[in-house]
Design a protein around this ligand. Sequence first.
Ligand code: SAH
Length: 246
Amino acid sequence: MKVYFVGAGPGDKDLITIKGFNLLRRTEYCIYAGSLVNKELLSALPPNAKKYDSSKMNLENIVDVFKEAKTMNKDLVRLHSGDPAIYGAIQEQMHALNELEIPYEIVPGVSSFVAAAAALNQELTLPGVTQTIVITRMEGNTPMPEKEHLSKLAPSTPTLCIFLSIEKISEIVKILLPHYGKDCPIAVVYKASWPEQKIIRSRLSNIEKTVQDEAITKTAMIIVGHVLDKEFERSILYSENTCKKQ
Ligand code: SAH
């Protein structure tokens, strides 16, 4: 018996890995993140599979299902949105599995920040602009370590991918303005890869109003940085003068 933490991808059911999909097809226990995972994926499970929506469960409830699957000697898929390693709360589940001596494996997934970049037709690391992406969030119920406050990350002006924070857009703009400037491009992608996907492109000085006008209050990726401008240098990787791949 084994537990598989599977990345379901950002929404589009075709964006799960083949490995993850094949596991769904043969697994009789599944705990899925009901708020963000595409429920169409659940139809891949065997007909009598037991399905549990983790958005209605706490860690103890989840562990109880792990124990039940162990008693029944059945594998279990724990389906997480995007990639399980990013804001997925998987470490505490693996800790519980260690204590229960249940083996586990992680199958990665397409995170929503790369799905948002794809929706924007955008590279996030452009030569001459930035070679760094910062994945971060604003403080919510989970406290933010002081030294990772957005104001501390902003001075080096990397490409920012801000999760879980659309309702804090006005605070984000205030913090970023002195570092990125009012004309810095910013994009908000609502439900990247879902049929209801919405893309907003704006400048730091205008984004708050646009987000309000579009009434976007959840499931959105905020991408900020000068990579969203048109200017960049050609890559060295594919330059005529060098064949040296990095
Ligand atoms: N593990 C997930 C993130 C879970 S945290 C991943 O790798 O994507 C939930 C946050 O992810 C949301 O608040 C939102 O900021 C972002 N998110 C998840 N799915 C999204 C989607 N389809 N489009 C835009 N943002 C999404």
